[in-house]
Design a protein around this ligand. Structure first.
Ligand code: PMP
Length: 368
């Protein structure tokens, strides 16, 4: 068969093991999954109520224009309806951007480490990928600007960055946008926007008017807790939307997802509660890590990248045997780290106990 040659060299995304599988393998009753940066507090009770009493007509295609959600979101963000694009998760918008802007002969610039789907989609489209190492987990914006050449079509900024958690400082971001050539599309992925400190965040939407080469991505998967429904969105200037719409599937977000997101948008209290609980737990997890002398990166998200004295794979293994699934850094491109999603109060307390045992074993030399 004559598929794109690159596909022979690439591997599909490897989802982590399913909870039931890990339970069986290690004979455990309880598994805590802290691997995918999901919301451990669930989702808005208003969404739960709505979904239990409203049944969308499943025999009818969803609204391909996402009309109601579009109106509500535009209102909430203070942008025009024609500045929005919706995706089956932000993942799909990353894919659409790749389809629309990347092709053999073009290149794209991104941080290393960062969210792996930027690279994955760029490679599928046959574009060259230029990766610029982060500095202490922060994007090296000068290095990224220097990597741009006349073949660069897209530059990806992930802020806060997955997996490091670091937020690009506001003024650095503004300077970067000003210096970036106007024919290079800047994608600012703010999947963790709701978690980041408002005082540190850029007023990015006000820049969309002036900088026509900017797309901001956000999602309902993280703080809104709707990862299972798959819905995210992009905000940009209206001129870029038709091109993205050409490569978008006509009914790409489901009726359930559109309705749930609409209700979720009305529940600011759920988001405030999620963020304040997350921040308190994250702070106390940081204090625990300080107490055992483990370094971690500045995180403005619901996860932390933690440096480990032995390989991240080994730490991952130990934690899994003890009922916790995290992400080993080796798979994310940062060896001797693990990425831990901030779970609920009890689960994180239990995790700390297991980490303390592990720390003791490492110090005694019984685990290497
Ligand atoms: N961007 C970043 C930085 C992410 O971490 C994720 C999810 N892990 C996504 C985008 C994709 O989110 P979703 O497709 O669930 O909206």
């Amino acid at each position: 068969m004559k598929s794109k040659h690159i596909l022979n060299k690439m591997t599909p995304y490897q989802p982590g093991k399913q909870i039931e599988e890990v339970k069986r393998e290690y004979g455990l009753d309880r598994i805590v999954k802290l691997a995918s940066n999901e919301n451990p507090f669930g989702y808005s009770g208003k969404v739960a109520d709505y979904l239990s009493s409203h049944k969308p007509a499943l025999n009818i295609y969803p609204d391909g224009y996402t009309t109601e959600l579009r109106r509500a979101l535009a209102n909430k963000l203070g942008v025009s309806e024609n500045q929005l694009i919706f995706g089956n998760g932000t993942d799909e918008i990353v894919q659409m951007i790749g389809r629309a802007y990347l092709y053999p002969g073009a290149n794209t610039v991104m941080a290393m480490p960062t969210f792996p789907q930027y690279k994955h989609n760029a490679l599928v489209e046959g574009a060259e990928v230029k990766e610029v190492p982060t500095i202490n987990g922060y994007h090296d914006l000068d290095g990224m600007l220097a990597a741009i050449d006349d073949k660069t079509n897209v530059i990806w900024l992930c802020s806060p960055n997955n997996p490091t958690g670091c937020l690009i400082p506001r003024d650095d971001l503004y300077r970067f946008i000003e210096k970036c050539p106007s024919d290079v599309l800047i994608v600012l992925d703010e999947a963790y926007f709701e978690y980041a400190d408002k005082k540190l965040q850029p007023e990015i939407l006000s820049y969309l008017e002036q900088y026509k080469n900017l797309v901001v991505l956000r999602t309902f998967s993280k703080a809104y807790g709707l990862a299972g429904l798959r819905i995210g969105y992009g905000i940009t200037n209206p001129e870029l939307i038709p091109g993205l719409d050409v490569v978008r599937g006509p009914f790409n977000t489901s009726s359930f997802a559109q309705q749930a997101a609409l209700v979720a948008l009305e529940d600011d209290e759920f988001i405030e509660d999620t963020v304040s609980r997350n921040n308190a737990i994250k702070k106390s997890f940081g204090q625990f890590l300080d107490s055992i002398g483990w370094h971690y990166f500045d995180s403005q998200t619901n996860f932390m990248l933690v440096s480990t004295p032995i390989s991240g794979d080994r730490v991952f293994q130990y934690l899994q045997e003890n009922g916790f699934i995290v992400r080993p850094g080796e798979g994310l491109g940062v060896s001797k780290t693990i990425r831990v999603t901030i779970g609920n109060e009890t689960d994180m307390q239990d995790l700390q106990e297991v980490l303390y045992q592990l720390h003791t074993k490492i110090n005694e030399g019984s685990l290497t």
